[in-house]
Design a protein around this ligand. Structure first.
Ligand SMILES: [Zn+2]
Length: 147
């Protein structure tokens, strides 16, 4: 079992997040017998182990994170304030600042900061599966506004 911080775990492998992932993957036979509050979840070297389901690969988790981030980004308003500065509509706060530094985008939201600070070291399996890219839905919205 991999030890990851509660910050990272609550964002990526909470019962709620994994419940959504299982629906996304259509691995839902467990839902006949229990609800997602009852799932037993551990991060293993080879994937996410869910007692009621089996192993879910980090590739599947990464794809789910990408897809949901794109979906969340799709409705957000973006104001470009300068070539490298964007304000992106948020939910916890009205706006988040996204900056572009050379080819990298940086956001000030909690999710982005948590991933940037922790993902590479604490959860290299998921970091690799995300092609070593640290992002959030605000960054995707800023990036897509340029197209
Ligand atoms: Zn963000």
């Amino acid at each position: 079992m991999i030890k990851i911080s509660s910050e990272l775990a609550s964002q990526h492998i909470s019962r709620h997040a994994i419940g959504d992932l299982l629906y996304y993957l259509e691995r839902i036979h467990w839902a006949n017998n229990c609800n997602y509050h009852q799932l037993t979840i551990e991060a293993w070297e080879v994937g996410i182990w869910v007692k009621e389901v089996g192993i879910i690969s980090y590739k599947d988790l990464a794809e789910f994170i990408r897809e949901t981030s794109i979906f969340k980004a799709s409705g957000l308003q973006v104001q470009q304030r300068s070539p490298n500065l964007f304000l992106v509509q948020g939910s916890q706060r009205p706006w988040y600042t996204v900056q572009r530094r050379s080819r990298q985008y940086i956001c000030e939201c909690m999710l982005y900061r948590c991933r940037r600070k922790r993902l590479r070291n604490e959860f290299p399996q998921l970091f690799e599966a995300l092609n070593k890219k640290i992002f959030c839905h605000h960054i995707i919205a800023a990036y897509q506004s340029l197209k």
